[in-house]
Design a protein around this ligand. Sequence first.
Ligand code: NCD
Length: 318
Amino acid sequence: MTFRANHLLGIEPLHPTEITTLLDLADSYADHNRKGIAHRDVLVGMTQINMFFENSTRTQASFEIAGKRLGADVMNMGMQASSIKKGETLIDTALTLNAMRPDLLVVRHPQSGAVDLLAQKVNCAVLNAGDGKHEHPTQALLDALTIRRAKGRLHRLSIAICGDISHSRVARSNIMLLGKMENRVRLIGPPTLMPSGISEFGVEVFEDMAAGLKDVDVVMMLRLQKERMDGGFIPSEREYFHRYGLDADKLSHAKPDAIVMHPGPMNRGVEIDGNIADDINRSVIQEQVEMGVAVRMAAMDLLAVNLRKKRGQEAIMA
Ligand code: NCD
């Protein structure tokens, strides 16, 4: 089986072989990017619209670069979170855009499920660039590619995801992807930041960093997502760093060759010590950004192939 999906809305609907197909293609794009080999024929004649209803630096830039590297015409629509009225407005926006006949629509939205809803209303391929606390599939895929390249495999690894799990779409998508690929996932964080019923996802839950990090291969840190918090989830940032911030002492419990990851943006001194983030022997944070472009190129390439097939079949039927 190759890649069947018409949209990339989440990790949940993907089959492990689809994940591997995408990662294999992204791996070759990553090598070509390093060598400066261009692939401007892949999306030539296609229009990509980036619609970000929430702030973004690396995800939006990375989707834009990926589209341009593959030859698409890329348009960025600046959508200010304050100006949206959700629901109807989103559908209206979708219908307006659809009338302009885009081929690829990249959407980030503060409401979980908004991107799925939008995908039902348009005739193009939709890529979820993060919807509320729900999913962030390209982030999990770029994390997977980074792990696979650093560790030489993406199965039977012990991976700790640490910090603000309950507000994190990155954590949700990663838990699903890493589980589908048969890894052992541990979640570490204060009970106030741990979603209830999370152990149903086949993960182990820890409150203590030293115990949770013991002998892991990968340490994935998460940002404290204050914009999604409506009260005091932590006593203070200083206390949080003391108990949950990744520093050399806590990292010493992981395997000696364990890698450190963070999706960005980082809060140095809150969830991670700046020295660990900058340690090129442990941190793969810059590789994650690099793999982000390759993964988004692969995702848009595969979706464009399926879109052309679908449109070809529709033309025959017409
Ligand atoms: C993440 C996001 O937006 O969900 N960032 C990203 O895409 N690189 C994580 C975060 O904001 O902390």
